[in-house]
Design a protein. Structure first.
Length: 74
């Protein structure tokens, strides 16, 4: 009886370790894919330096100032 319980616990531990390893592998693959996709946004300027294209919507400073002064948090 005790040996069966020990075997079941060992099997559960092995299965958990395998699934955690697979999840980690998927996460790292997704991370690497995002990193390589980010490098596709890099543009070389005339001076030879690199910069990234802006991400998201561009907002002008003039439009930000229309909203009024910044409010301090309590």
């Amino acid at each position: 009886m005790e040996q069966e319980v020990n075997m079941k616990i060992a099997c559960i531990a092995i299965q958990t370790t395998e699934s955690a390893g697979k999840a980690f592998t998927r996460a790292m693959k997704g991370f690497i894919d995002r990193q390589t996709a980010d490098h596709s946004n890099v543009i070389k300027t005339k001076a030879g330096t690199e910069h990234k294209e802006p991400f998201g919507k561009m907002v002008k400073v003039k439009d930000l100032r229309k909203d009024g002064p910044l409010r301090s948090c309590p």
